[in-house]
Write a protein that binds this ligand. Sequence first.
Ligand code: ATP
Ligand code: MG
Length: 321
Amino acid sequence: MVKVAVVEGDGIGQEVVPVAREILAAVRPDFEFFDVEVGYGRWERTGSACDDETMNDLRSADAILFGAVTTPPDPDYRSVLLQIRHDLDLYANVRPIRGDNVDVVIVRENTEGLYSGIEWTEPDRACTVRVVSRRGSERIARYACTLAKPRRHLTVGNKANVLKSDCLFVEICTAEAVRAGVPCTTRYIDALCLDLLMRPDRYDVIVTTNMFGDILSDAAAYLVGGLGMLPSANIGERHAFFEPVHGSAPDIAGQNVANPIAAIRSAAMLLSHFGDTASAAAVEEAVGRVIGAGIRTRDLGGAAGTREFGAAVLREVGRGK
Ligand code: ATP
Ligand code: MG
């Protein structure tokens, strides 16, 4: 039995997650769900965004379905998301970009690189250390190769012509690809950003370091109709965390206009993670049929509300059974 911790979080997380959860519960009535509260709302109310007990609740789950949390510009506030990623050691950020003529998975290293946290400020300069470790690179390369093996090939996004740290990253990734028998090419990240947008059909699985992956995957959202469409997974050795790529979008929160597709697709990734690719495909297909029938939220040019879109997907999922 799969135990799923559900974190709605802040803003539109509270609207899109219930939709995704309902669909997940419909296809897998055997899953057990429990709610966990973290985020800015909780911080405002209680002075703590996430404590040790909450972390233990999250740790006890087989998977976490997460909405979004608002990170206010308050210096006393520590990002809950960074804390969860760190504490659960969620080293692989997986972002599938799927749409017409696009079927790409971006695998972003999630624990080091420019986000190593090693930085300091001097009177006349500020430094951030970009850490690429053998262990960190090996495990992300292995994860990416496992994904790429039944697919087509792997591209290693890098800047090894300038950065020593990326020479090591490329060396490790290409060696792992050879070992796994995965066809592999390397590409400089700047050229890759443009080429991915112009010729997405050339790409399949892309593995890259932390910040390059962040930028590349946001840019790639352009290919499939914006932030409301993109799901993601954060995977560790022992924990798995699924969330829409978008944030809490306070500007549209509470209005029933947020697009729940990214959250629904994140739930589909959760199903795949536990080997239920049939249910994952059924959910994806249901979303496709609803969009095809002209039911769309405002960001996609339609007039359907978050709840109405979710209800339509739920009906389609039921029909597909
Ligand atoms: P946060 O600080 O939590 O990241 P944000 O203001 O940066 O919040 P994002 O969620 O990152 O907001 O998205 C940026 C903008 O894209 C939002 O302001 C919103 O207008 C739009 N957007 C994001 N997600 C969705 C969605 N699911 N449906 C419709 N529009 C969205
Ligand atoms: Mg944002």
